[in-house]
Write a protein that binds this ligand. Sequence first.
Ligand code: NAD
Ligand code: UFG
Length: 335
Amino acid sequence: MNILLTGGLGFIGSHTAVVLAEQGHELVLLDNLCNSEMTVLDKLNTITGKNLAFYKGDVRDTALIKEILKTHQIEAVIHFAGLKSVAESGSDPMKYYDNNVAGSIALFEAMKAVDVKKLIFSSSATVYGVPQYLPYDEVHPTCPINTYGRTKLQVEEILQDLANANPDWSIACLRYFNPVGAHESGLIGEMPKGVPNNLMPYVCQVASGSLSHLNVFGDDYDTKDGTGERDYIHVMDLAEGHAAAIAFVSRNAGIEMINLGTGMPYSVYDLINAFEKSASRAIERVVQGRRSGDLPIYYAKADKARVLLGWQASRGLQLMCDSSWKFQALLKGLC
Ligand code: NAD
Ligand code: UFG
């Protein structure tokens, strides 16, 4: 199938490109490089042995998107392009509504104009908000507690209306839990610009010596060891989930919201302990107060993905840490 990946040079888009290319799909990648580097394209070409089509451009450029959709006879779009910092979404909300919501509307308008009706949207577990019960299933009420989460929920709602009005569209909104890890080659992985906000990239930079220690944001939660617990999912499992979703939208019309998680929560200390084994070095840590806006624990009920997509995550926490460390060590010339 001919597939456009918006945000295709980003963390999740690049790993998904590898899996889809290996399955024989024809890919076109679009990215404005606001949070990625051109070097990722070279790495993708090395891993896949292909010369992937790439456009430097913005999803808000409707004319460009229409042109790409027509030129490459695109049959499905995977919409990864978006901004994802919870903190920045609070301090600069209009940037997030413009990029994530207006950007999505522009993309869907371009698709509608040229009759491309299959879409996978990168949503987030953040749409659920404070758990009323766990694990979160897809019918759990949605009430995001930050601007970033609201942008994701608004796009889901737009897509629900679009699907209601156009029953021949096929849409999957994939609600990712906490993607971590890297491709087994160590060539691509998560490359945040500046100081990382998220746990795994921060731990990687402590292990490589770029940062002195990890701040543990709270050890007094009502969780098994007092630290926050999350459903970490290996990015290659997530990438395979997208391939399964492409097959699903090819067969079915309508819209589905689907969790992509493992269903297994791990604490901050679980992750640090596993990472220390991967890197054979100690991770300095300092316990700090709780980070504002953090939830103590959440994780996915992963049954819907198994039933509808025939997909479930298979890679464990140790592999997530091993692959993250391999990528970081190669990046820093440590191996
Ligand atoms: P990422 O920042 O690594 O990748 C996003 C890519 O989109 C980047 O390469 C960026 O340059 C590009 N981009 C952003 N705005 C664009 C625009 N207007 N036009 C063209 N390109 C644009 O992030 P990621 O971790 O790969 O996340 C991909 C998607 O998944 C995002 O929509 C994100 O919100 C969502 N998501 C991520 C996580 C996570 O923890 N990584 C969790 C849930 C959902
Ligand atoms: N944590 C630390 N120290 C750090 C960073 C994080 O102790 O330096 C802790 C947090 O308090 C939390 C856990 O590690 O308990 C995970 O935090 P992350 O920042 O890695 O991930 P979050 O669950 O807060 O959020 C992430 C993304 C969101 C996305 C969500 C999906 O940042 O964009 O996962 O579930 F929506």
